[in-house]
Structures are given as C-alpha cells and as structure tokens.
Write a protein that binds this ligand. Structure first.
Ligand SMILES: Cc1ncc(COP(=O)(O)O)c(C=O)c1O
Length: 339
C-alpha cells in the first residue's frame, strides 16, 4: 500500500500503449510479423479467421503480409454473423503450434469472446493480434476491442479523411513486442488527434440505427434481403452496415451493388471475393456472394437515408426473384469491380 501519493502521474509504464504509424495497416502488420522475436520456430505459423477478402485492385489487407513473408497460415471458423467459433479456434490451436492468432472485429463490431480468446492464446503462448482495421471508433468508445490483445491494428484511411487516402497504425499494448520495427509515417499521428473519435462514433451509431429502422420497415425484408446485425451494442461504432442480399448465386448482390453505385450511393461488398485458400469454405464463400455494406460514416446524416433506401428498393425491384437455392456462383470473380 502506498504511504504517499504524488501530485501527478509520473510512471511512464502505466496504461502505456505506444503506437507506430504507417502508410497502411498491412504495412504495420508486416513490420510486426517480420520481427524474428515473434516466432518460436522455423515454421512461423499464424492462425486467421475464415472470412478474408481479396480484390484485383487492393489485394488482401490481412493476407498480403502473410503471403509476402512466406508464413504458414491456418484458419478457424466463424459463425454466420462473423463471430469467432470458439470450438473451432480451440481445435485449431490444439492441432499444432501457432505463434500468432489474428482476431478481426468485423466492420467495427466487437468480437465479444475476445476475453475468452485471450485465455486460449495465453494457454498456447501465442501472440494475440486484434485487427481493428474497421474499429478505431469502437475502440474509442472504451469497450474491450483493442484492450485485450497484445497488439492492435488500425486502418486509418478507412475511417478518417487521411492525406492521400493513406494511413495505418499499430498499437502495442504489450510494448515488449517492439524490437526492430520501423514506422514509416510518424506524422500521421496528428491526423488521429485532429478528430473527435467519440463524436464520430456517436454519429456512426445514430446512422446505423436510423438506417436499420428504415430497412426493418421494408416489405422486402426476409424475401429480398436480411439484416446481418439487427442490433448495435452501445460500445460498438460501425464501419458499415452489412446486409445479405437473397437470391441464387451472387447475381442479385452484384446487381444491387452496380445499380446503387450507378445512382450515386456508395455501397461496397466486404468481401465479395475471398482469398484463394478460403474460396471453398461453405458458409463463408456463401456469405461473400450475398453481403453488401451500406455506408454509415460521419459525413452522412440520418436525413440522407430515405434517398439511399429508395435506391435500394429500386435495385431490389429489378433483381431476380429468390426462387432457387444458392448453389454457388458460376464464377468466383465478379464482373463488376467492387470497392
Ligand atoms: C479486416 C482488415 N484488416 C486489415 C486491412 C488492411 O488495411 P490497409 O488497407 O490499411 O492496409 C483491411 C483492408 O484491406 C481489412 O479489411
């Protein structure tokens, strides 16, 4: 017990979580994974979730560092709504030794089992890397996202208007993992401080809830589309609002994507095509054919949504009726170039 108390905080280690800045999150991830100290043996095995996208323009933000460094990847399953399947994670960890486990807080939604995942990774001596590429504002709201793992990864250009559309940040909650890393964009730190993260988080939450309310009232709900995340937790700030477009193959989703973008509504599909290792995964490949993500970012106000919903209904109205089961797209590569 302390016998004296200082007037101000002087211990530099208390709540220390140093951040390194890069042109993109993947560059920072690569910088971490390139450190020999991360690996306990020659194999350099890394365990990742089963929903990881790829595109011709962008490559794969999560997977490019893995292939680039010649690491040995394994994959654990996720539930239909992109939460970690703990029994699958447990089974993969028991099968062989992984030195790094990646957990993605998809589209800004907190992975609620992150505490339990930490127990598992600790038991196996693995580094827990939280991918918060979409979750900077969720982290800012104070919940467990980005407060549980050893290292957190943020894609700043996806969340903030960054100079040149660039920016990534890696935060070391355990600074013992910093060895030979070299940040490339230290000046980007100020752009993070130049914005009010909680204000932005609240705006995104409001947008998500208003849009969910409008979508829930549509007669096409259940026949033309389904909500993936009907509720938003108070400590989650979404990157986008994901829905599933119903219908055979990927045709209807691609149709909605193209029609809405033609009308000026910036929807995306995260992820429309999976990395090659995952293209045969039954449930995740199916999700990749149906998912579409509506924008909820801070430039939008709730009043903007009726026009977007109108465009969505027009697109659904010209989509194919959902008569046949989804047996998989004929081609895994889409014709339209999704963002
Ligand atoms: C989940 C996830 N993690 C990491 C990344 C990489 O982000 P960046 O484009 O900043 O490298 C992306 C985007 O590609 C992503 O979607």
């Amino acid at each position: 017990m302390r016998q004296t108390i200082s007037k101000t905080a002087t211990d530099p280690e208390v709540f220390r979580a140093p951040s390194l800045f890069y042109a993109a999150a993947r560059e920072g991830m690569r910088d971490l994974l390139a450190q020999p100290e991360v690996w306990r043996g020659e194999r350099r095995a890394i365990l990742l979730p089963s929903f990881i996208g790829w595109s011709a323009n962008e490559g794969s933000g999560v997977f490019d560092p893995v292939t680039g460094l010649g690491l040995d990847p394994g994959f654990y399953d996720l539930t239909e709504d992109l939460a970690v399947d703990l029994s699958s994670l447990d089974a993969r960890l028991a099968e062989r030794r992984y030195d790094v486990v990646v957990v993605i807080h998809y589209f800004g939604r907190t992975e609620r089992a992150i505490g339990r995942i930490r127990e598992l990774t600790d038991r196996h001596g693995a580094l827990l890397l939280e991918d918060l590429a979409h979750a900077w504002f969720t982290h800012a709201l104070g919940g467990p996202a980005g407060r549980t793992g050893d290292v957190s990864l943020y894609s700043l250009h996806k969340m903030l208007p960054m100079p040149g559309g660039r920016g990534g940040m890696v935060t070391y909650r355990n600074s013992g993992w910093i060895s030979g890393q070299r940040e490339t964009e230290p000046g980007f730190a100020r752009h993070v401080l130049d914005h009010d993260p909680v204000g932005i988080a609240r705006r995104r939450q409001e947008n998500f809830r208003v849009l969910t309310g409008l979508l829930r009232a549509l007669p096409e709900l259940g026949s033309g589309f389904e909500l993936m995340w009907p509720e938003l937790a108070d400590d989650d700030a979404p990157q986008t609002l994901p829905v599933r477009i119903l219908g055979p193959g990927r045709d209807n989703r691609d149709h909605v994507y193209a029609a809405m973008n033609r009308e000026g509504f910036g929807v995306v599909s995260l992820y429309h095509t999976l990395i090659e290792d995952l293209r045969a995964h039954p449930s995740m490949a199916r999700l990749s054919r149906h998912i579409i993500n509506f924008p909820v970012h801070q430039d939008i106000a709730p009043d903007d949504y009726p026009a977007l919903v109108g465009s969505f209904r027009r697109a659904l109205g010209t989509a194919r009726p959902d008569t046949s089961p989804d047996v998989g797209g004929a081609s895994l590569l889409v014709q339209v170039q999704h963002l």
